[in-house]
Design a protein around this ligand. Structure first.
Ligand code: R5P
Length: 273
């Protein structure tokens, strides 16, 4: 993606952290190594840290903190662009003794590391009221996915969200599933007539694939003629595979580097920056 972006954003320079002595970014025990060259030059321009938040959320966040600390040491206040924000589903205190991880991370980026702006593609917490307290720019890949689906499957395709959160995030009506806490979800029957229709389930992410599989079966039971899936973030390859097998077609963006991604978001990033 960096190559494509470089062409699209004029006068931009891409810097990749150095690797350690054995040519890797991780030590053998899994610890992350970060070294950034040419920091003095960065003081003059606009600095954007581009993060995919994957393939492994924990080391990706440690790496990000190390980059931010290195920039802070040079009094550089960067922006961050998350193509995918990890820990996004832990976005509220569901039960006493928990923390809203997503908000704690953002608070720390802004207050401690002095991050100016945080761009995020389809954050899971997009509809949480706390988001307004921070300089977050939320960008949606949904219009791009819907456009692709309509080009290939016709304008009459019925787009549906799998749950209330999705409905609040995208404004697309749909099925009903509600998260009760970090572990449990509850499913409700669909309220929209799908009999004989071409349907597209629009979701922010695939992890285990359980949500979309459930949606597929519910829509089929309701008599839907065809069911495709439109998804912004492909978190787990196994889950993606299940969805590809069960649905007529999966449109998945490359916010996370997955082989199966077939919708490119380079223009979306370039447009936002
Ligand atoms: C739920 O609130 C999210 O929007 C996704 O629907 C969900 O996290 C997908 O996870 P899985 O693929 O494990 O069902």
């Amino acid at each position: 993606m960096a190559k494509g972006l470089r062409k699209k954003i004029n006068n931009s320079q891409f810097i990749f952290p150095d690797k350690n002595k054995d040519g890797r970014r991780l030590f053998v025990d899994g610890e992350v190594y970060v070294k950034i060259q040419g920091l003095e030059k960065l003081k003059k321009g606009r600095v954007i840290v581009l993060q995919s938040g994957m393939p492994e959320p924990n080391s990706s966040l440690i790496e990000l903190e190390m980059v931010l600390e290195i920039l802070k040491d040079k009094s550089i206040s960067p922006e961050i662009f998350f193509t995918y924000f990890p820990y996004g589903r832990q976005d509220k205190v569901f039960e006493p003794g928990e923390t809203s991880v997503a908000e704690s991370l953002i608070k720390k980026f802004v207050n401690y590391y002095k991050v100016r702006k945080i761009y995020i593609i389809d954050p899971h917490f997009g509809e949480r009221p706390w988001i307004k307290k921070y300089p977050i720019i939320s960008i949606s890949a949904t219009p791009l996915l819907v456009k692709k689906a309509k080009e290939d499957w016709g304008k009459d395709i019925l787009c549906l969200s799998p749950d209330k959160g999705g409905q609040r995030r995208t404004g697309i009506k749909g099925l009903s599933k509600e998260r009760i806490n970090s572990f449990k979800v509850r499913h409700f029957a669909p309220k929209i007539l799908v009999k004989g229709r071409k349907t597209a389930v629009v979701d922010d992410l695939i992890s285990t694939g359980g949500t979309l599989l459930k949606c597929h079966d519910t829509l089929k039971k309701g008599g839907a003629r065809q069911t495709i899936a439109l998804v912004s973030h492909g978190v787990l390859a196994d889950g993606i595979l299940k969805i590809k097998k069960r649905f007529k077609k999966l449109y998945l963006t490359n916010t996370i580097n997955q082989k199966t991604a077939n919708v490119d978001i380079t223009n979306l990033i370039a447009g936002a920056l």
